[in-house]
Design a protein around this ligand. Sequence first.
Ligand SMILES: [Fe+2]
Ligand SMILES: [Fe+2]
Length: 453
Amino acid sequence: MKPLKFFVVADPHYFAKSLDAYGTAYEEFMDFEQKCYAETAAINDAVFDYLKNSADADVILFAGDLSFNGEKASHIEFSQKLKDLQDSGKDLYVVTAGHDIEPNPFEFNEEQGRHHVEGVKFRDLYDYYRDFGYDKAISFYEKTLSYVAQIGDGVRLLVLCNDGDEGKNLAYSDEMMAWAKEQAEKAKEENQIMIAMEHYPLLPGQPLLTLIPDARQKKSRDVINMLADSGVHLIFTGHMHNHSINVTNSDNGNILYDVCSGSIIGCPAFMRLVTIEDEHTVKIESIAIPEFEWDKKGKTGKEYMKDQFERMIRSMITGMKDDPQRLLRRFGAGDKKTLFGPTRKIGKAMSTWSVGKVTRLLGVKADRRIKDMPFLELAVSIVRYAFEGDQPYVEGTPEGDTILKFFKRLNPIFKILNKKLHGSQGETLDFYDILKNSVGNYGMSDYNSILRF
Ligand SMILES: [Fe+2]
Ligand SMILES: [Fe+2]
């Protein structure tokens, strides 16, 4: 076969230029938001220009959450942008996701604050996106807008969507699993390489995400077994806005890579350029999104998005100290008055103590190079790197060694937690290992890797 190259763009979360995103309520909302919001149209414009002019690849996959929150106006504008890009000679394939059918989309302005705007129903999505996959499909599973398309010579794409008229982010039905398996086996018989795309990751993007039910496709183990055992060894996903590459084996020992890409409108903001070299080798590269036109206050786009990410984490930590009720309200616990005092105390320690002072609580001496560093700065970096990927705090670094010594002291607590808690899909947990691998990346690079199967 001839090598095939394509781009993967995840979570563009387009917010229509005709809608509002400003005012006091908007700024309050943005204190706890990772994604840029008012800026999404400008960012998408820059990315679309880049894709249009790139000679690297003509095939482009969009891995879901096409609109910000399912606003009808955003779907109208975004589908027009896709059409223009496709008309320029590119070949586009999309999957839709939960944010595309949010029941209560909204906009912000000063006069009305946050208020509702018109959304769409799942069944409307076909009309917006039919030209970017559904109508080009060799097989179309209409109920969930899933399909198979021939995206290159000898390469097929299986697109899985887990929404339907009855709801979003559901487990796949037996009927849909049987359809997908049949398609994968057919591809194998016809000597086609089949790769897959769905919005929800099959593997937790970072080990800590094992604990969060919404971070993964439901009953993901069944999907992993079905795909890997039918000859599909690579899936592209998005959703949690983290950038990661993970690998597993099916129960029968067949390999599956989950290449999860971060949102293009939030830190770290990378696209993927993928090369299928042959039936056993795929090259993954990551490309930072291009500069976008916006008043970025003298910052680069990368710095601007990083600052928004850190604003979110800082607001959460300092918010614990300054206004515990506001923070707890954000997580649906604004009425739990007994939590206000402890939240304030933890927030105060996290916002004002040094790394050395925190680790001394458990009798751990922090590495001298970081002991006077504000703990808040380390905490913000740990969270940011968990989303960025290629987390640097591995054994042998001042941060990694200090953090791991601290975690070791927590081992008696971890042992109890390991017995009492399970992952969101029933997995046995090892908290030390989960945390170690969340602060440091020990496997392959999350950015540029060669996948072999
Ligand atoms: Fe998203
Ligand atoms: Fe999502």
